[in-house]
Write a protein that binds this ligand. Structure first.
Ligand code: DC
Length: 220
């Protein structure tokens, strides 16, 4: 029997994380937050003073990478090599570094197996940029979330503020724009809408409405 794989892709700040986590809990499926894997590599490389263009050293970090997610009661923690790095990777600097590192073909290749290893019984909710287009191309249900740049930045701003991180809104808009255009324009596995994806424009929808729409699509 094929495992149930549901992919959720989209640019930064569209609410992929919230949706994917709620769905994984609701459907009791495994959960993969692929962005955290790129962020973990970005974080570790920074800790070890490895430049973003030193691909050989970066890849050697990925070979010993051990990532797991704790997703109890909507709490989300990223454990990397037995250390909780959730707070360390949850900032725009780390995201930007992750975006730069992720544009390299060999880095991406070195992280394919670890991402696919999350696909176990009874199934998987995988979120990121290339889940439906590359990593789980055969998934039965592909969702692609979109939102306008302004709304994305506002949401991300609110999220960071709740975590006690203060960033100016115009600065955040600029950072998100830069990151999204890098993710869309890179040569390998760019952010694209899979041809068989169900697209949800989240601009005028609440989190619950996006959740309900997605569930309807999955159950159809
Ligand atoms: O989803 P996120 O914001 O945590 O992702 C951080 C960066 O990691 C994103 O800007 C690009 C990269 N990324 C990627 O290239 N492919 C993925 N599947 C997920 C993230």
């Amino acid at each position: 029997m094929n495992l149930q794989i549901i992919t959720i892709d989209g640019p930064s700040g569209v609410g992929k994380g919230t949706l994917a986590l709620s769905l994984a809990n609701y459907l009791s499926l495994n959960y993969l937050n692929s962005g955290s894997i790129y962020r973990a590599v970005a974080y570790l490389s920074e800790l070890e003073n490895i430049n973003t263009d030193n691909i050989k050293e970066i890849i050697s970090l990925t070979s010993t990478l051990n990532i797991r997610f704790i997703t109890d009661n909507k709490e989300f923690k990223i454990i990397c090599n037995d250390q909780d790095i959730t707070a360390e990777i949850n900032n725009e600097e780390c995201a930007t570094r992750a975006s730069i590192i992720s544009s390299n073909i060999d880095v991406r290749k070195s992280l394919i197996d670890i991402q696919r290893s999350f696909c176990k019984e009874p199934g998987l909710i995988a979120e990121g940029r290339d889940m439906g287009s590359v990593i789980f191309r055969n998934s039965q249900k592909k969702i692609f979330l979109t939102a306008s740049n302004e709304i994305k930045a506002q949401r991300r701003h609110k999220q960071l503020k709740q975590k006690g991180i203060n960033v100016s809104l115009p600065h955040l808009i600029e950072e998100l724009d830069n990151r999204d255009s890098r993710d869309v324009s890179r040569k390998i596995s760019p952010l694209v809408i899979p041809s068989d994806a169900y697209i949800i424009d989240t601009d005028k929808l609440t989190i619950n409405e996006v959740f309900d729409k997605t569930l309807k699509y999955i159950n159809n």
